[in-house]
Design a protein around this ligand. Sequence first.
Ligand SMILES: Nc1ncnc2c1ncn2[C@@H]1O[C@H](COP(=O)(O)OP(=O)(O)OP(=O)(O)O)[C@@H](O)[C@H]1O
Ligand SMILES: [Mg+2]
Length: 376
Amino acid sequence: MAKVVIENLLKIFPEKNGPGVRAVNAINLLVEDREFMVLVGPSGCGKSTTLRMIAGLEEITGGTIAIDGRVVNQVLPKDRDIAMVFQNYALYPHMSVYDNLAFGLKLRGLPKAKIAARVREAAALLGLEPYLERKPKALSGGQRQRVAVGRAIVRKPKVFLFDEPLSNLDAKMRVSTRTEISKLHARLGVTMIYVTHDQVEAMTMGDRICVMKDGNIMQVAEPLTLYNHPENLFVAGFIGSPPMNFFSGTVERDGHQLVFSETGNSGTPLRIRLNDALSRKAAGHVGRPLTLGIRPEDVDDAVAVTEADPGRTAEVKIEVVEPMGAETYLYLDTGATSFIARVRASDRFDTNHRLKVVFDVEKAHLFDPTTEQVLK
Ligand SMILES: Nc1ncnc2c1ncn2[C@@H]1O[C@H](COP(=O)(O)OP(=O)(O)OP(=O)(O)O)[C@@H](O)[C@H]1O
Ligand SMILES: [Mg+2]
């Protein structure tokens, strides 16, 4: 069992003539035994600092970290039963792959036969057997990366920590190494905490994802829950590519229904009739500012939809057409808001023409722009 329990974890870096940098703001996070937890967020949000505190490489200002039921705040890194793989995984250049893998175990004084067995086992798992006698400079970037992961594996830790381990690899290598790490997680059956600022990596690798911003946790959930039910504007805009579209407006009563109406548009404002679920959520917000969020795949060319609901369509201007092959991204404009639609690749679209689009309101979200929280 290697559950990691983080309670009120705080990190303030001292600062000359200032109150200090609040890098991690009293966060609470529970990582289950054998879970693959991804920490994701923009640069500077506190991901590495959190990971380094778990590893014992950074002093804790406040709160506790418990691994496997034991509070480790005062435990030395080497006694925490964890292994960390960094972005800059410096291998020893003068040592062979074998010796790079064996080095940490030698330092710990493990018997030679045991070291050999562990190194062989890790090399087999990572497909490194043909390269054991080579020096790191004679390896590809991806192979070097595997050696760095191998150094962690041979230690048989309870918890693996990864800090952006793929960011030095080219795009293709990133994808293949990403799958390798996922497979490794399944095979080893250990707890892994993985830091990245790449939301695609987060979505594809994590059992759960912890989204961070400015030292705070914005939401912790399974990938598709984050995607389909973001709790706040930040998560809604951060997860998904191209990102969710946002429209500023208000809701108005129209008979017994509620209609979202875009603000700031001197031409024809976007008007979208809400469904029952959204109407219920917005009932207490009539006449007050709201933000409507809808993903690009939930906006479609009205011609492609049978019986497009006229209360949920709008005529907009096509600004840019991006054929992606499998689909086409349309960059559109209502006159007040720029937004993106993902449509069928088979249809032809012309820049500067007008297009009737339809919004799938079942997939839309409403946020309070003041609190930035989703309406519930
Ligand atoms: N040693 C330090 N002294 C002062 N401030 C620091 C120190 N290390 C980090 N910080 C600050 O703490 C905040 C969090 O940094 P951290 O390295 O955890 O971010 P991150 O989420 O890992 O970002 P990135 O994606 O760029 O790696 C940042 O504002 C950073 O400038
Ligand atoms: Mg970092």
